[in-house]
Design a protein around this ligand. Structure first.
Ligand SMILES: [Zn+2]
Ligand SMILES: [Zn+2]
Length: 809
C-alpha cells in the first residue's frame, strides 16, 4: 500500500514486483534475436563471497546500471546481464577455513547476492545469467581450452613459476603483487614445474596496436601498454671464449655496445653449467639455490642490493673483439628477452651499481655536450649525446649510432634488429581443487591427448578432502574414478590431467556467453553473437587492467583467429570507475569501516543510496562516502515526491520551462560521458526552480524531471510517472525528454527608451537583465544612438523591465 508520504520500502517493493510481473527487464531468446537497436551494457560479474556484496560493488554497479537505463530511455534495446564468478582460490580458501566444501557454500552465496542485486534495483535480465561453476558453463570453458589447444595456442612446458607456499599453487605474474600472493598476501617463491601456458605473447603486438582502435579509459590503456612493454633494439650474439657456444642478448641500446664490459646471465640460463669453471662451481651452485627462494617479481625490483657470481668464463664483444667476463645475477630473468644481458655500466644505472659493487670496468661511449671521450663517469649517463670510444661509429648521434651498429652486426651475421615484449605467456594451470579440470588425458604412448569435444564436460569430481599439498600435484589426483581413464586415441590405460584452469579463464569469456545461455548445445550462438557483441559499454575497476581485461582481449583475438568470433576486440568502450572510500579512508574489514549496503537500503531505500553514490563526485575518481551526506539526496527525493503530489495542470511558467529545458540539455549531454554527479546537481537545481517560493509545479514541468531521474532512482521515478497519469510503466513506455532550443533562450520584455523624457525607441531585454544590460540594449537602438551622439549624458534612469531614460545636455 503506497501512502501519501514518500515511503521508499513500499515504493521499491511495489515496482520490483511490477517489473518482475511485466518482465520489464527480461529478454526471451526471440526478443534477443529480434532486437532492433541492440546495446550490450556490461559490468564485471562478482565473485559471490560469503560476506555478501559490499558497497564498493554497488557503487560500480549503480554507475553501470544508470548507463544502461539511460540508453534504454534513449530508445536502445539494452541487454544488461549479471552472473557469478564462483570458481577460484578465494572461494576454495574460504571453504577450507570454515571446513566445508565450496560446492555446498556457493549456492547460498549466489542466492544472497541475487537478493541484493534485485533489491538495489539493477536492470538485470535474470533469464540470461551465468554461474562459472555450473557444468553448463564450465563445459564451454573447457571447450575454449580445447579450441586454443587444437589451434596451437596452448603449450605444456617446464618453467620457473611463481609458487605460493601458502595457497600451494602456482600463480601468474599478474597475481604476484610486490612479491606477495594476490590472494593470501604471503611471500611467493620460485619453482620449476611442468605447466600449461596460453601463448598470449604471440599476440603482444596486436594487443598493443589495437589499443589505438578502442574507446577505453586512458589509464587502463596505459596500464596495458606498460604491461605489454614493447621495446625496440637488437639481438646480438657474443661468442664464448672457449667452446662453440654463443650468448644471445637483447638490447635496446646497441649504440652502447662498445661500452659492454661484462655479461650477466640469469642463474637459470642453460649455458651456466657449461660456462662455470671448476673453481667457481661451488659459489655458482650456492647462489643458484639462494635465488630459487625468491619470486620472479621480487627479483626485478630496481632498488634491491646487487648480488651475483662470476662463472670463471669470458665471451667476446662482437664489435671490438674484447674479452669480457660472464657473471650470473638474480636481476636477470629467463622469461624476459633471452635471459642474458650485456652490461654497459657507463650508461645503465643498474649495471653501474653492479660494476661498482664488483669492481668491473666502466667505459664512456656516449658524450653529452661539454664532455669528451675521457670525461670520467661518476654515475651512469643515460641521456642523449654523441658516440665516443666506439671506433668507426664515433661522432654519430645515439639514434644514428643504433642504426649503424645494428647494420654492421647484421652484415657480419652477429646480430639483428628486433622488437621485444615484456609480456609473458599466461600460465593457466593451478594445482588446486576448485576450478574446471583441464580437458587433457595423459597417455604413456600418445603423450597428452585432448579430450574429444563430444566427451565434454570433464565433470569436476566431488572430493571430501580437497586440501592442497606441497607436492605440486592437484588434489584431483586423489579422485581415483576421475584420475584413471583410457586414452581417447589408442584406448590404453591413461590418466587425466589433474590441474584445474586459472580462474581468469572462467572470467575471460563470460560476456561472450550471456546472449547464448538459452543454447545448451553450443557455447556461442552465431546469430546472437553477431547481433550483441562486441560489448557496447563495459564498466569495471582499473585493478583488472592487466589481469581480466588483458586475458579477455587475448581470448577474443584468439577465438577470432580460430574462426569462432568475427571481431577481435571484446569491449568497444571500457570505462574504469573510481574507488569508493569512507570518510577519507579506504574501507576494509580490519578497519571496521565497511558499509553494508543492506543496512543503507533498509534505512533510506535503494533509490536514495543509488542517487547518493552517484552524487559523491566524478564517477571515474575516488569517491568519499560520508554518512551525513546521504540526507541531501533523500530530501531531494522527498521534495520531488511532494512536488508531484501538489502538481497542477496548466501551461508552464516560461521561466520554469526554461530551467527545465536547460536541465534536459545538460543532463542529456552529460550522461553519455558518465558525468553523473553534475547531472544530479542540475536536476536538484531544476527542482528548486520548479518549486521556487513554494509555487505549485505544473505536471508538464515535472514529467521530464521524473524521467531524467529514472536511471538513478528507478523505483520512485516509476511511481511518480504513474502518479503523473501514465499507465504502462516508465521503463516500458517513456522516452527520454528532448529539449527545445527555442525554450532555452531567456524570455524578453520590451523596454521603452526615452531621451530627456521623449520616447525615442523600444528595445527587447531579457527578463532577468540588470541595469547595465538595460542601458546597453537602449544604446544599441539606432534612433536612440543618434539622439545621444552629440549630447552629454548627465543621468540615466532605469526602471527594470519597463523604461530607460537618458537625461542629456
Ligand atoms: Zn597464496
Ligand atoms: Zn594413447
Amino acid at each position: 500500500m503506497i501512502t501519501e508520504r514518500y515511503d521508499p520500502a513500499a515504493v521499491e517493493a511495489k515496482w520490483q514486483a511490477e517489473w518482475e510481473r511485466r518482465g520489464t527487464n527480461r529478454w526471451s531468446e526471440s526478443d534477443l534475436r529480434n532486437a532492433k537497436d541492440p546495446y550490450y551494457n556490461l559490468m564485471m560479474f562478482p565473485y559471490p563471497s560469503a560476506e555478501g556484496l559490499h558497497i564498493g560493488n554497488l557503487y560500480a554497479y549503480t554507475g553501470a546500471d544508470v548507463n544502461g537505463r539511460f540508453w534504454r530511455l534513449k530508445g536502445k534495446d539494452v541487454f544488461e546481464p549479471m552472473g557469478f564468478d564462483a570458481f577460484g582460490i578465494h572461494s576454495e580458501n574460504y571453504a577450507l577455513r570454515v571446513g566445508k566444501n565450496p560446492n555446498d557454500l556457493i549456492p547460498a552465496n549466489i542466492a544472497n547476492f541475487t537478493r541484493v542485486l534485485k533489491r538495489f534495483g539493477g536492470m538485470y535480465d535474470w533469464n540470461h545469467t551465468v554461474n562459472s561453476t555450473s557444468v553448463d558453463y564450465y563445459r564451454w570453458t573447457q571447450w575454449i581450452f580445447l579450441k586454443l589447444y587444437n589451434g596451437g595456442l596452448v603449450e605444456r612446458r617446464r618453467a620457473p613459476v611463481n609458487w605460493c607456499p601458502s595457497c600451494k599453487t602456482v600463480l601468474a605474474n599478474e597475481q604476484v603483487i610486490q612479491g606477495l600472493c594476490e590472494r593470501c598476501d604471503n611471500p611467493v617463491e620460485q619453482r620449476e614445474l611442468p605447466q600449461w601456458f596460453f601463448k598470449i605473447t604471440d599476440y603482444a603486438a596486436r594487443l598493443l596496436d589495437n589499443l589505438e582502435t578502442i574507446d577505453w579509459s586512458a589509464n587502463t590503456k596505459k596500464a596495458q601498454a606498460n604491461w605489454i612493454g614493447r621495446s625496440e633494439g637488437a639481438e646480438v650474439d657474443f661468442a664464448v671464449s672457449r667452446g662453440e657456444s654463443a650468448i644471445r642478448v637483447f638490447t635496446t641500446r646497441p649504440d652502447t655496445l662498445f661500452g659492454a664490459t661484462y655479461m650477466v646471465l640469469a642463474p637459470e640460463h642453460p649455458l651456466v653449467d657449461e660456462l662455470t669453471t671448476p673453481e667457481q662451481r661451488d659459489a655458482i651452485e650456492a647462489y643458484r639455490r639462494e635465488v630459487t627462494k625468491q619470486d620472479l617479481v621480487e627479483r626485478q625490483k630496481v632498488d634491491k642490493d646487487k648480488t651475483g657470481v662470476f662463472t670463471g668464463s669470458t665471451c667476446i664483444n662482437p664489435v671490438n673483439g674484447t674479452e669480457i667476463p660472464v657473471w650470473i645475477a638474480d636481476y636477470v630473468l629467463m622469461g624476459y628477452g633471452t635471459g642474458a644481458i650485456m652490461a654497459v655500466p657507463g650508461h645503465d644505472h643498474r649495471d653501474f651499481e653492479f660494476a661498482a659493487r664488483f669492481d668491473l670496468p666502466v667505459i664512456r661511449v656516449i658524450a653529452e655536450p661539454g664532455c669528451n671521450a675521457d670525461t670520467p663517469l661518476t654515475e651512469a649517463f643515460d641521456g642523449d649525446g654523441l658516440l665516443v670510444n666506439s671506433g668507426e661509429f664515433d661522432g654519430l648521434s645515439v639514434a644514428d649510432g643504433k642504426g649503424a651498429i645494428v647494420k654492421s652486426l647484421e652484415a657480419r651475421g652477429l646480430g639483428a634488429h628486433r622488437v621485444n615484449y615484456r609480456l609473458h605467456d599466461w600460465c593457466v594451470s593451478r594445482q588446486r581443487y576448485w576450478g574446471p579440470p583441464i580437458p587433457i588425458i595423459h597417455c604413456e604412448t600418445c603423450g597428452p591427448v585432448p579430450v574429444p569435444e563430444a566427451d565434454l564436460p570433464v565433470v569436476h569430481p566431488h572430493l571430501d578432502d580437497f586440501r592442497p599439498d606441497d607436492s605440486g600435484v592437484s588434489p584431483l589426483a586423489r579422485a581415483k574414478d576421475f584420475y584413471e581413464t583410457t586414452c581417447p586415441s589408442c584406448g590404453s590405460a591413461a590418466h587425466r590431467d589433474t590441474d584445474v584452469t586459472d580462474n581468469f579463464l572462467c572470467s575471460g569469456w563470460y560476456f561472450l556467453r550471456y546472449p547464448s545461455t538459452d543454447r545448451d548445445d553450443v557455447a556461442l550462438d552465431g546469430e546472437l553473437t553477431r547481433k550483441w557483441l562486441p560489448v557496447d559499454c563495459y564498466i569495471g575497476g582499473n585493478e583488472h587492467a592487466v589481469l581480466h581485461l588483458m586475458y579477455a582481449r587475448f581470448l577474443t583475438m584468439a577465438l577470432s583467429d580460430l574462426g569462432v568470433l568475427e571481431f577481435e576486440e571484446p569491449f568497444t568502450r571500457f570505462r574504469a570507475h573510481g574507488l569508493l572510500i569512507r570518510d577519507g579512508r579506504k574501507m576494509s574489514k580490519s578497519r571496521g569501516n565497511v558499509i553494508n549496503p543492506d543496512e543503507i537500503i533498509e534505512r533510506y531505500g535503494a533509490d536514495t543510496m543509488r542517487l547518493y553514490l552517484m552524487f559523491l563526485g566524478p564517477y571515474d575518481q575516488v569517491a568519499d562516502y560520508q554518512t551525513r551526506g546521504i540526507q541531501g539526496p533523500l530530501s531531494f527525493l522527498n521534495r520531488l515526491w511532494q512536488a508531484v503530489a501538489d502538481a497542477q495542470a496548466g501551461a508552464p511558467d516560461p521561466d520554469v520551462e526554461r530551467a527545465v529545458h536547460r536541465t534536459i540539455k545538460q543532463v542529456g549531454e552529460q550522461l553519455p560521458g558518465l558525468q553523473f554527479n553534475t547531472a544530479i546537481a542540475a536536476m536538484m537545481e531544476c527542482l528548486n526552480a520548479v518549486r521556487a517560493g513554494g509555487r505549485k509545479a505544473r505536471t508538464t514541468e515535472l514529467e521530464p524531471l521524473v524521467i531524467m531521474l529514472a536511471p538513478f532512482a528507478p523505483h520512485i521515478a516509476e511511481e511518480l510517472y504513474a502518479r503523473l497519469g501514465h499507465n504502462g510503466g516508465l521503463f516500458d513506455t517513456a522516452a527520454w525528454p528532448a529539449h527545445d532550443e527555442a525554450k532555452l533562450a531567456e524570455s524578453t520584455v520590451e523596454v521603452v527608451v526615452q531621451v530627456n523624457g521623449k520616447v525615442r525607441g523600444r528595445v527587447p531585454v531579457p527578463t532577468d537583465a540588470d541595469d547595465d544590460a538595460h542601458v546597453g540594449a537602449a544604446r544599441g537602438n539606432e534612433n536612440v544612438a543618434r539622439h545621444l551622439a552629440s549630447a552629454t549624458v548627465r543621468k540615466t534612469i532605469v526602471v527594470p523591465g519597463r523604461l530607460v531614460n537618458f537625461v542629456v545636455s
